[in-house]
Design a protein around this ligand. Structure first.
Ligand SMILES: [Zn+2]
Length: 110
């Protein structure tokens, strides 16, 4: 009986994949658009300078380095990561977390 449900689930997934995939891509695109728009108008709480897109690139690079370091320290482990670093002020280095629901940055607390 379980085999039937798994088969039906697999068939449903294949049938809906052409719908689910574009929806996921559009949602991610909207997320990035909101993040970039906020970075271009948000003033750093530390130095008052607008964060800008460079702050997002700095955070992406720092996050990539962190994940690479974790992979080196724990080879073969399945990592479940929750990203909290979304922007780093290019002027003073203040890290920020993006709150999607509030469409706002808060100072990152680690
Ligand atoms: Zn700053």
């Amino acid at each position: 009986m379980n085999g039937i449900y798994i088969t039906l689930l697999a068939v449903a997934l294949v049938l809906f994949l052409p719908v689910l995939l574009p929806v996921a891509l559009v949602q991610h695109s909207l997320y990035l658009s909101r993040l970039r728009a906020l970075a271009n108008r948000f003033h750093c709480t530390n130095c008052e300078r607008i964060l800008g897109l460079e702050s997002l690139r700095l955070a992406d690079a720092a996050e990539s380095d962190r994940v690479a370091q974790l992979r080196r320290e724990h080879p073969g482990a399945r990592l479940r990561l929750n990203r909290t670093l979304h922007a780093i002020c290019a002027n003073c280095g203040q890290p920020y977390t993006f709150l999607e629901k509030e469409n706002n940055f808060i100072e990152e607390v680690r």
